[in-house]
Design a protein around this ligand. Sequence first.
Ligand code: ADP
Ligand code: MG
Length: 612
Amino acid sequence: MAKFAINLKEGNIEKESELIVGIDLGTTNSLVAYMKEGQAVAVKDESGKSTLVPSIIHFTPDQNVIVGDEAREKLATDPTNTIYSVKRLMGKSYKDIKQVEQYFGYRIIDEDTDSLVKIRVKDKFFTPIELSAEILKTLKRRIETELGETISKAVITVPAYFNDAQRQATRDAGKLAGLDVLRIVNEPTAASLAYGIGLHPDDNEVAAVYDLGGGTFDISILQIHNGIFEVLSTHGDTFLGGDDFDRAIVDFWLQQQDTGQVSSSQSLRLLAEQAKKHLSQHESYENTLDGITYAITRAQFEALAQPLVDRTLASCRRALADAKLKPEQIEKVILVGGATRVPLVKKAVSEFFEREVFDKLNPDETVALGAAIQADILAGNQKDLLLLDITPLSLGIETMGGLMDVIIPRNTKVPAKVGRRYTTSIDGQRNLKVAVYQGERDLVEHNRKLGEFILKGIPPMPAGLPKIEIHFIINADGILQVKAQELRSNVEQSIDVLPQYGISEEEMGRMLLESIQHAQEDMARRALLEARNEANNIILSADKFVQQHAAILSPEEIEITRALTSDLRVAVAGTDKDVINKAMEDLNAYTSPLAHRAMDTAIADAIKGISF
Ligand code: ADP
Ligand code: MG
């Protein structure tokens, strides 16, 4: 069922393919893969040399954009116009990346600290989305050249810990590159699929995906059952990867060098990377640069790499603890990322998990190959599999007194849909503000606001009568939609929650830690706020009661009720929940017989009315 499209630029008719491609949009390298005769393959460049496109974008003096190997060469000669690691900036604000700004060799705009970052190249500004789109366009062109067809549908992978903003940014980059992104898939999930793990409905396993790329390390523990991939936990280090191995080699060489003559740092770094790669196959490396000989043996390199590898294992230990599993309970261990080619890494991971690792595929292609398999599943060419993730933090709304009311708890599997009933607190209330928060603390002020909207046009009714249903819906990409509906009138309002900026893994960790540290204090605050909320309601109804039923109350009863109400007001102004509760009880105990009398009178009146 091929579609045809007219290429206006070239003036010819092109066949538009139904093929859905798989894309690994990496921090260091990106690549595109597709299913060819039932086999996932990554697409090579025109020279047939490499499947990897370095995720580097260079702006030439005449404002042309080049991506990949050619752009990589400009890192040394024209760093301010050469953008790398743009994935780190996806869905982030300047505030999020301020501390690591010096890591980037190009200019990041710091004017508006809360909105999404922009990158300055000459006198133009670019968003990370636009820059990522350039990488995606290159990949799109690459596969279109290979197949001779227009490609418009893709699956793109992201790290398991990417939040809504980062996933949405990735999706937007796809759109900008002319790709309809059918699914955002977690990298570890794609890696499992590449090894065929989880492809059969009866597969039931726990897998660990160890991903050591150029600049980042991720460990993910997955539970795979009934074709469902559930992320039990993820951990990692956003500044630890193959680049650190290169840096260690550079430092090693510089220490050995007599002071004085030193090669340019960028070319030395490239030489170090060459040495590292060479040592994955050989026992020693030697080369000359600017007349200086640089040498290193595998044993020397391993001594340098060991502390870095140890840091990854510490993350593995934490991920296991979060998933409440022991190393021996992990049935499959998958190596992903170019840096896992280092023999020391393989050995260390294999020893840590006490089993053989999956490393037959090219580790830097694994994720893209899995994305191609996922794309094939979506195209309906394989038995449908559901992909499942979890929410890393709780999601909820603000209720009276600034309390967080959790609607979707942390670690809930997505896609998910949860509804809850609310009502108004004031008579005749026409509007209701729905403010959405993410976090574990009891008070919204300590959590992170994702967005808000106002449900308008609630028909005036006494407080407590409107039935307002709030639904939280998270789709398979982990993007949240919040809907509010007043059921008596069908007034409805909804938003897609696209936060202004992202949340880093560290921040997420900090939020969780704080929620534990402050649990007791939060509980006390919550109890106080709840008591205040309840007391305020009682004060309102007591006032109303006295007004409406003055006729059947004695002056003394009215006075005592007022006095007790005023005691309660004083208590509410204080900070002791027990005092508030006591004052509430006193007022209730006193007014309860009066309320009964009022009710009896009302019934008697009603009966009188009927008998008439
Ligand atoms: P990312 O996921 O960050 O985009 P990759 O998975 O492509 O990155 O990994 C890139 C890293 O892998 C680089 O640091 C590169 O030097 C390293 N690498 C690639 N091949 C080898 C090899 N043969 N031996 C050691 N490291 C390698
Ligand atoms: Mg990667």
